[in-house]
Design a protein around this ligand. Structure first.
Ligand SMILES: [Zn+2]
Length: 423
């Protein structure tokens, strides 16, 4: 593939944020943060995302995600674009999203490591002689040194994933038609990070398959646990992030991928300490960014409930006790992205004795507050199933305590996420 026809895909804007909330009640509160950013001169496009896993755990339908986004956009008079992301879908799960989503995150992580057919592998390596030898990428200090055997090894690991992404993409294209959706490819939910030279091979494979991806979510070095800050070597992260940006720019010009192609950081919420390195990298490469931080809003809901005191605080405590009672069950689907030390989780009796300030202090992601407890926060991050099981009782509480919930949702997105990244 050389030059993609821009009319073949829906263009994604330079800065976009994957947001969303478990129960589709915080659309306006989230959108307000984007309105505030726009007022301060930065256009960030909201992408409402909800993974298939979330829909399954809650028992919600993809239509509800779009309905909530549309309602918020209408209510606040948002005139810029917005999108609805079918997050982490595969061929077997995509169909029910087709009428409702205009953004598709094709999750090919589980194919990584499974080799493609020998003929396809040989053809790929033959076709990409430019990837063998010394390859200087503008913006990367040392040229990549790759032998044919290296390329074969990397292709064995990733070519099938590229072919699979193409199969998912073509299925969606056939159903929705050209120019109607944004394509992302995600590989973050796997064991080992992809190195920048591996990312280049992956992009070459996707370009060969004519997948007009505009965002790609590699797995980065370090731990991205749910709802808590990044754990890892920041200098190493920054180097990888910069090298990845250089690789993307190179792949756009070399393989004719969409000029809007950018990195997608699946943050698992609240990776505050990498925002500064990300910001520096974006400035250096004049690059765009897609950052997913949807789970953070559910926790602001719980904070808002607790802050309301009375019945709201009681409900927040009930969710915590319910979560603690189902610790193993809640952790299972998220095992690779949490580090909860059960001995650091307060007992329900202790929590029941807390006032609103103590509960909020333990939960709110403020590392400077000595009351902050990242173990409790991670557990509550997974606890939306407990709230889902409360059914309408939980939804009524959200409506009743909107006055304390909404401002937390907006301020969290704007102050802790948008501002450090873009303002
Ligand atoms: Zn992800």
């Amino acid at each position: 593939m050389s030059n993609l026809d821009m009319s073949q895909f829906l263009k994604l804007e330079k800065y976009s944020f994957g947001v969303g909330d478990r129960f589709a009640r915080q659309g306006q509160a989230q959108l307000r943060a984007f309105v505030q950013a726009a007022e301060q001169g930065v256009e960030i496009i909201p992408v409402w995302n909800k993974s298939n896993r979330e829909h399954l755990i809650i028992g919600s339908e993809p239509a509800s995600t779009r309905a909530a986004a549309v309602a918020a956009v209408k209510a606040l008079g948002w005139r810029r674009p917005f999108h609805v992301d079918a997050d982490h879908i595969r061929l077997e799960t995509v169909d029910r999203y087709l009428p409702h989503s205009d953004f598709y995150t094709l999750d090919v992580a589980q194919t990584i490591g499974h080799p493609a057919a020998p003929e396809a592998l040989a053809a790929f390596v033959d076709r990409h002689s430019e990837l063998v030898g010394s390859l200087a990428i503008p913006g990367i200090e040392h040229p990549f040194q790759t032998t044919r055997a290296d390329l074969e090894r990397v292709a064995r690991k990733y070519l099938l994933a590229g072919q699979e992404a193409a199969r998912f993409y073509r299925h969606i294209l056939e159903a929705k038609g050209p120019g109607t959706f944004v394509t992302e490819v995600s590989m973050d939910e796997t064991d080992s990070p992809q190195t920048p030279p591996e990312l280049l091979v992956i992009l070459a494979a996707l370009a060969d398959e004519a997948v007009p991806l505009q965002t790609i979510a590699p797995k980065f070095t370090g731990r991205f646990n749910k709802g808590v800050d990044y754990l890892g070597d920041l200098a190493q992260f920054e180097k990888q992030f910069n090298d990845d940006l250089a690789v993307l720019a190179f792949a756009v010009s070399r393989y004719g991928l969409p000029p809007t192609l950018k990195l997608s950081v699946h943050s698992g919420s609240d990776k505050f300490s990498i925002y500064r390195p990300i910001r520096r990298g974006l400035a250096r490469f004049q690059a765009g960014l897609h950052l997913k931080t949807a789970g953070t809003t559910w926790l602001e809901e719980v904070i808002g409930l607790a802050q309301a005191d009375g019945s709201g605080l009681a409900l927040a405590k009930e969710i915590y006790a319910g979560a603690l009672g189902h610790l193993q069950e809640l952790c299972a689907p998220y095992a690779t992205v949490i580090d909860i030390d059960a001995s650091r989780l307060p007992s329900p009796t202790a929590v029941n004795g807390w006032n609103a300030e103590q509960f909020v202090g333990a939960l709110r992601h403020d590392p400077a507050n000595t009351a902050y407890n990242p173990h409790l926060r991670q557990l509550l991050h997974l606890a939306y199933k407990v709230a889902a099981n409360m059914g309408s009782r939980y939804l009524y509480a959200l409506a009743e305590h909107e006055a304390t919930i909404g401002p937390n949702v907006t301020a969290n997105l704007f102050e802790r996420h948008i501002k450090p990244l873009f303002l």
